[in-house]
Design a protein around this ligand. Structure first.
Ligand code: AMP
Ligand code: MG
Length: 356
């Protein structure tokens, strides 16, 4: 396919929008979605982490179309989605550590990196000889993959550089006209992308923290480490373990500043700033009553990390649509689900942390 053909095919599409509440009762619609994927088209589908921009994971052109639709560099590999944990063996060389992880966490928000088999093209894996595999638990995603009979390659369904979409309205903002179909399956439950682990024998390296926490992985595997790039900026010329780590992730138009300090000190700081600047604030629920309601985006109770994960990307999109000159948020804790929040927020803030 020439560049012009590819361009015309992914930027001037008539996108069909459908809503699926009951995958069993609406199987006919899902069959149509599977048919689109089988003939090389793109379908956005809901998962429990974020929405995925799907194409046939065994086809070279599908991967190229996904990269074009997202505006994503083609050396940033895609995750392939399977219907059952046992299917991993068809596309990768699995091992006993994989079996342990699969029985503990799959289906669910965990992606594993394994050596790939021949049937997965290098265009899907960004030229690597390993492949990222996930088995989603969302019933719509599950049934769609089952009906396809091939793995669905799917990155998050946002334009490169935007926050991952957690509802179909956010998908439509980015993908209308670029994909054949968008399936609305409600709000994503987890709200952050999957945990990615690289498996080397009985050792795991967390390349991206997510819904499956470090502590949960340690219950199943003895040797778990967190890749440096999860928490720190890459040094000049440093080669990351995962190509995605080197790309600039979502950064809001107004600078995002993360606040670190005692509860009362941070609140007093925010109250003062609100009176002096046009600021948007991603606050905890407990702070709502103490701040001006204008440009306030509550992300959940202070101790409720699951609620914060669920709401973060939605709140960031909303905050970015205001006329704020600066966006403030709390620096998340680094334990439990906090590590995933920390990883996403520290990147969105370009590592800007203010101690108050
Ligand atoms: P997304 O598709 O937006 O959820 O991002 C997928 C992430 O998985 C990217 O950051 C990739 O760098 C990472 N990834 C996918 N495949 C591999 C692989 N074979 N080795 C290392 N990282 C991978
Ligand atoms: Mg993404």
């Amino acid at each position: 396919m020439s560049f012009n053909e590819l361009f015309t095919e992914v930027f001037f599409l008539q996108t069909e929008h459908i809503r699926i509440t009951d995958p069993q009762a609406q199987e006919g619609t899902l069959l149509r979605a599977a048919e689109i994927l089988r003939s090389g088209g793109l379908v956005v589908f809901p998962t429990e982490t974020v929405y995925g921009l799907g194409g046939d994971g065994t086809r070279d052109e599908a991967a190229k179309k996904i990269y074009a639709a997202k505006g994503r560099p083609s050396d940033n590999p895609l995750i392939i989605h399977i219907a059952s944990p046992a299917d991993a063996e068809k596309y990768a060389y699995t091992n006993p550590t994989y079996e342990k992880l699969a029985s503990a966490f799959m289906p669910g928000p965990l992606t594993v990196i394994l050596p790939k088999r021949e049937n997965i093209p290098t265009s899907t894996t960004g030229g690597l000889d390993s492949v990222a595999i996930r088995c989603p638990s969302h019933p719509v995603a599950h049934r769609l993959i089952e009906l396809c009979g091939f793995p669905i390659a799917a990155p998050s369904a946002n334009l490169s550089g935007k926050p991952s979409p957690t509802c179909s309205a956010h998908v439509a903002q980015d993908m209308d006209g670029r994909v054949n179909m968008i399936i609305d399956g409600g709000e994503s439950e987890v709200g952050l992308e999957s945990t990615i682990v690289k498996i080397d024998g009985d050792r795991l390296t967390i390349l991206r923290p997510g819904g499956i926490t470090y502590d949960a992985l340690c219950m199943v595997c003895e040797h778990v480490t967190v890749a440096d790039a999860v928490l720190h900026q890459l040094k000049d010329g440093e080669r990351p373990l995962s190509p995605g780590m080197k790309y600039r992730h979502y950064a809001p138009t107004a600078p995002l500043v993360l606040l670190k300090g005692e509860v009362d000190a941070v609140l007093t700081f925010l109250q003062n700033e609100q009176n002096q600047k046009r600021c948007a604030i991603l606050c905890y629920d407990e702070e709502i009553a103490h701040l001006h309601p204008d440009k306030l985006f509550p992300i959940g109770a202070r101790a409720d990390l699951a609620a914060q994960a669920h709401t973060l990307f939605h709140a960031l999109r909303d905050a970015d649509r205001t006329d704020a000159e600066i966006i403030y948020a709390h620096l998340p804790p680094m334990d439990g689900l906090g590590l995933a929040l920390y990883n996403r927020m520290i990147r969105a803030a370009a590592h800007t942390v203010l101690e108050v």
